[in-house]
Ligand binder design. Structure first.
Ligand SMILES: [Zn+2]
Length: 60
């Protein structure tokens, strides 16, 4: 794997545009939830990790 560190997010949806050394890519939205608390961008491989302290409102 790459040596990129995961970005900690506090929302279940995160967007990625590939900022950095990848030169960018179309914006994609990545879903996170309690079952998939770590996800990688399919374009640039950036990892996103759901903050365990984040208040996630369940479907209500
Ligand atoms: Zn990306």
């Amino acid at each position: 794997m790459s040596d990129k560190s995961a970005i900690i997010v506090n929302d279940t949806t995160v967007s990625c545009e590939g900022k950095g050394d990848t030169g960018g890519h179309p914006r994609v939205y990545i879903k996170l939830d309690h079952h998939t608390n770590v996800a990688e961008c399919p374009y640039c491989g950036q990892a996103f990790k759901l903050d365990p302290d984040a208040k996630i409102s369940a479907a209500h």
